[in-house]
Structure formats: C-alpha cells, structure tokens
Design a protein around this ligand. Structure first.
Ligand code: NAD
Length: 498
C-alpha cells in the first residue's frame, strides 16, 4: 500500500508515529493509500525547520520572493491536468470541477505576485520639525494553515501564496482525506526555488492540530473547516496569543423573487446546490421562493432537473457530480434525509440508496429535494454538506430577508431578481459575508477578500485580497529624526509633533 508521509525540510519524509489514516478513491470505495498522522515531535521538527529557514526568506527582498511564486505558477500551469486528476481521485469531484479548484487557488498566487506593491508602507515627511514617520509590514515568522478536504488545492494556496510572499515560513496541515495535492504543491515550490524549510506539509489529525495550537514558535493560525472545529481552534489559538482566522460551515440561501428569470435561476441553483455533490462551503443548500406562484413554478422546474442529474465517477467529465468523500459522509447525508422525513418536510426527490452501476461500492448519494421545509427543522438549521436542497417557501420579500438574517450561518447568499431596487436593498441589509445578485456562487475574485459572518467566520480578517497581507504581516511604525550637529540634550516631557 502506498504511504504518504510529510514534507519537511524540502523533501518527503516517512511518518514515524506509527499512526495512519486511509485515503480512499471515493468513486470505487477502495483504499488507495495510507497517510501518516504526525506526532507532536514530528510537528516540532517541522517548526524547527521552518523557524531556521524563515530568517533568510523573511530578509529576501519581496521581488525575489515574488519571482519564486511566478516560477511556481508556471509549474502549476504545466501540471494542471495531472494535478486535477490526482485531486479528483482522492476527493471525488469531477476532473473539470477539480480544475476549477486549482484555478481559484492559482488566481491567489497571481494576486500574491504583486506583493512588492502590497507590502508598501506609509510615509509622512516632516511630521514634526525634522521628524519623519514611516511604517513597514514585516513577516510574522512561522505561521500555520489547517485546511479542509473539500478544496485540497484552492484553500492551501489561499493560505500559502500570501503567507510566503509576505516572508513567512508555513506549516500546512491539510485534510487527511486528500493529502496528495498539497504534498505535490510543496514539491513544486521547491522546484520553483523556494528554500527548503520555508514550506512544510505535516499530515495529521487532532494530535498534530493541537501541537500547532500550543507551539510557541507558531505566530498565526489560519483554519478552514467545520464550525465546531473552527470555534475550538479559534479559542485555543487566541488563548496562547496567536493571531487567528477560522472559517467555518455554512447554510447558503438563494432567494428567488417573483420577477426572476426562472430558467436562469434554476440553472444557477442546480449547479450551486449539486455541483461537487454539495460539498462546497458556498453550495446553495436552501432555496427561498417568494410567493406561492413563484414557489410552484420553481418546484416544477427543479423537480425535472434534480431527477435528471447525471452522477458518475470522478473520471466522468460529463457527470454533473461525483461521489462524496467517504462512506461516513454518505451515512451522515442519508441520516439527514431520514431526519427531514421524520420532521415532516416533503421529500420530493430521494437520493438515498443510490447505486452507480459498475461502482457499487463508491460513495454516492443521489440528488435530493425537499419542499415545505420550515425554519425549526434540523435539515434547515444544520449544515448537511451533500447533494440535498431544501425549499423554504416565503410569503413576502421581507420574510425571506428575515429568514436569511436569522440563520446562525452567514457565509454566502444569492438573490435572483430583475429588480435593481430589490437587489440593492437586499445587498445592503442582508447579514451575510458574500452576496450574489443573479450569481449563485459569489466567491469573490482573488483581489477581494473571502469570508463569512456569524458562525461561518471567527477572527477579524478575511482570506486573500488585501486582508491576507494584513493577516500575514505585522506593522512597525518608525519615528525618525536625524539631528543636525546641534544636539538638543535630554528632554523629560513626552514627545509631541507640535
Ligand atoms: P473538518 O472541520 O472536519 O476538518 C478541517 C480540518 O480540521 C482538517 O485539517 C482536519 O484534520 C482538522 N480537524 C478535524 N477534526 C479536528 C479536531 N477534532 N481537532 C482538531 N482538528 C481537527 O472539516 P472538513 O470535513 O474537512 O471540511 C468541510 C467543512 O469545511 C464544512 O463544514 C464546510 O462548510 C467547511 N468549509 C468552510 C469554508 C469557508 O471558507 N467558510 C471553506 C471550505 C470548507
């Protein structure tokens, strides 16, 4: 059986803890590799490597650091197809969707290449007589990224690219479910000229995460994953004085107004609800038609589309979506469908027990659609993270706004309408971090920032865009004076700029 170890000091190393986790091929259900789960000692070795390498990397001029990213970008383009295949073989998303995963990560690398500009400080000439004040952004030192299974290229790259460009060294702890792409990314960085030790990949579970949270040499932690773990990591990391940003789960609504172009809305909702088997933090999992007529028209169109979703192995480029990541995920999603039925929602299309011919042991769930879901139901309140769409009917626009605003999660939301007035009002009043107007998955472009509100995000700064530069640097402000030969002598009153 193939073993995946760690990437420490510029090379792959075998795990020494004796603990492993299975890496599946979700399309077939077979175990394809074993990934090592690091011990605290292995994590510590990675931190020592990173700490030593960061000194020189942090002192390297930003343009030279950017050139390493530029070379890495070139290598990423060369390996685009093979990386997408590797990614989809461990995650289960289709190869075209895996390419999207790489593409959205690659765009943040492009953004980070502009780092010499982004790192510029401020300067005030003659702020007081003969006194100049300037600020500079300096790296934090060693930082850590803890990432989820559902975007094994994009999210590591969202963390790596700005962190490294800013002069930090990074410990990446990717998901143990699909570790191969992060490991390959680390190799490509070495090929691109990144000094060994600046980027280390430590595979593992809670043991290695806890070692990260308690390590005094790790100055910042960026996490993406489910909300309970996000809350745990945020409280433990900040308790030890680390800078921390944690992005959690979601329940993203699509509000469909009576004037919406329904065909366009349904196209958008179907892709966003069922693409990647619903395993996206920006997946639309709740549709909120406004008014009975809109709801009835929407349901007619949705049912036909959900019944005809094409499910296939991840290698089938024509499939709408592939398998879920693990058997546990299938059981969790099927369990939620059982709960929805027991709660009294109308199960219109049932995806439980779906079997794909020739892939009977794969981790598939058929497209599932619930109507008449109400806000008190668990299938409405909790994140299911599977190909399940819940329709909650709203009588009026204000009911839809209240529904979204009252929800615990606040990651993404979309409104479908032809009214600029409704769209503007919605964007202004909705309590959600990322809003789409006739755009079903409003993941902001690399030079804006990505982050949810409420239980979807903990910490003050978002991912990528300008916030990533703020997160991965600390500001130093210098007040300087070059006295003329005429010395002033000591002064015992507080200095002012008067
Ligand atoms: P997860 O929370 O199970 O795991 C995320 C990371 O935390 C992994 O690296 C994992 O090894 C680690 N981890 C798991 N359990 C832990 C524990 N008890 N203690 C310490 N570390 C632990 O999440 P997942 O299943 O990999 O990913 C899916 C979740 O991520 C969904 O909830 C999804 O909404 C969320 N997500 C959010 C965003 C966002 O930007 N808000 C983006 C992608 C995914």
């Amino acid at each position: 059986m193939r073993e995946i170890g760690h990437f420490i000091g510029g090379k792959r190393v075998a795990g020494t803890s004796g603990r492993f986790s299975d890496v599946f091929n979700p399309s077939t259900g077979a175990v394809q590799a074993k990934v090592a789960l690091a011990s605290p000692e292995e994590l510590r070795a990675a931190v020592e490597n990173a700490k030593a390498a960061q000194v020189k990397w942090g002192a390297t001029n930003p343009q030279r650091r950017a050139r390493v990213l530029m070379k890495f970008l070139e290598l990423l383009h060369k390996e685009y197809d093979s990386l997408a295949e590797l990614l989809s073989s461990e995650h289960g998303k289709t190869v075209p969707d895996a390419k999207g995963d790489i593409q959205r990560g690659l765009e943040v690398v492009e953004f980070a290449i502009g780092i010499p500009h982004l790192l510029k400080g401020e300067y005030s000439d003659n702020a007081g007589t003969g006194i100049d004040v300037y600020s500079m952004r300096q790296p934090l030192g060693v930082v850590a990224g803890i990432t989820p299974f559902n975007f094994p290229a994009m999210i590591p790259l969202w963390k790596l690219a700005p962190a490294l460009a800013c002069g930090n060294a990074m410990i990446l702890k990717p998901s143990e479910r699909d570790p191969s792409v992060p490991m390959r990314i680390a190799e490509l960085f070495i090929e691109a000229g990144l000094p060994p030790g600046v980027l280390n990949v430590v595979n593992g579970d809670k043991v290695s995460v806890d070692a990260i949270l308690d390590d005094p040499d790790i100055k910042a932690v960026g996490f993406v994953g489910s909300t309970p773990i996000a809350q745990y990591i945020y409280s433990r990391a900040t308790a030890t004085g680390k800078r921390c940003q944690c992005f959690g789960g979601a329940k993203n609504h699509a509000v469909i107004m009576p004037d919406a172009d329904l065909d366009q809305a349904v196209d958008g909702i179907i892709g966003a609800a069922y693409g990647s088997a619903g395993e996206r933090c920006m997946a639309l999992s709740v549709a909120v038609p406004v008014g009975k007529d809109t709801a009835d028209r929407l349901m007619t169109k949705l049912v036909a589309r959900v019944e005809n979703l094409k499910i296939g192995p991840s290698t089938d480029a024509a499939a709408d979506y592939g398998p879920l990541v693990t058997r546990d995920a299938v059981n969790r999603v099927s369990g939620y469908i059982d709960i929805g039925v027991a709660e009294g929602a109308t199960l219109v299309v049932d995806g439980r027990g779906f079997k794909l011919q020739g892939y009977e042991d794969g981790f598939y769930v058929g497209g599932t659609l619930f109507d008449n879901v109400t806000p008190d139901m668990r299938i409405y309140k909790e994140e299911i993270f599977g190909p399940v769409l819940a329709v909650v009917r709203a009588e009026h626009y204000e009911d839809a706004v209240k529904l979204v605003n009252d929800h615990e999660y606040g990651n993404g939301v979309a409104i479908f309408t032809q009214s600029g007035d409704a769209a503007r009002d919605f964007a202004a009043r909705i309590q959600i971090g990322m809003v789409g107007v006739n755009v079903p998955i409003p993941v902001p472009i690399a030079y804006y920032t990505f982050g949810g509100w409420k239980a979807s995000g903990f910490g003050d700064l978002n991912q990528h865009g300008p916030d990533s530069i703020r997160f991965y640097t600390k500001t130093k402000t210098v007040t300087s004076r070059w006295p003329s030969t005429n010395k002033d002598g000591a002064s015992f009153v507080i200095p002012t700029m008067a």
